[in-house]
Design a protein around this ligand. Sequence first.
Ligand SMILES: [Zn+2]
Length: 290
Amino acid sequence: MTVTFYGVRGSTPAPGAEFARYGGHTACVAVAFADRVLVLDAGTGIRPLGRALLGSDDDLFVLLTHLHADHVIGFPFFAPLYEAGRTVHLIDYEAAAWSPIALFDGIHYPLRPGDLPCSVQRTREQPMAFLQSHGMAVMRQAVNHPGGAYGYRVEHEGQRFVFMPDNELGDESLAARSDIVAFCQGVDVLCHDAQYLDDEIEKRRGWGHSSVSEAIELAVEAGVRHLVLMHHDPDRTDDALDLVQTRAQAALDPHGIACTVAYEGLTFHLGEAESLPPDPGSVATKAQSL
Ligand SMILES: [Zn+2]
């Protein structure tokens, strides 16, 4: 499977020159298999992903961690929705009645669902079984985030990827830490919330996010191979993220764990010879062209 990051920012998009290398789009990650793509979250990063998918005949499945705006606001701008003959499977967030299809109400967005030339197939009940029936092995874990959220674990040909972009590791009100650790145990790539720096987290307790150090502690405790830090604060500049990258890797080196601060265009080819672009600057040209 190939995992590609299209949106790595938390809370709200962060446009501007000082955010250009890591990127300003909110949460969206594509997990591509031979003939289907699992889209994890529909933040504004789903817009460049949608453009990349135009003209393909992959089956598309959109799966949401939760319904906060930074994870759904890109949905109306997903280009395959405007392709005649295309089927987009929208797996609604099971724990709440609202769906991002409701943005197509003529008020929040000018179109209505009936205006779309594609077929939107919605699934709410037993979403993991639904994905399994389409050949995707996905598990979920409740995490600690206001209003609730899930983390997802995708397994394919012995490779394991966990997507947990919003989770407060200092909180156990919705999920026990031991369950979170067990869910992440030994995975090849753990993508985890690291919105705050260590000197910011105390003022943000209860906001549903973790610090860089807390994400590092989880990676060590769970024995993952590669930690990806995501959901960057919208005020975190490229220069500040460069510093996070250096310090986080230094902290994980003694444990033999690789670390990457997520950026738009970051790609993991899991199950093949795992490869990484060397740094966010190398994909800046690509990101700007998206
Ligand atoms: Zn978020």
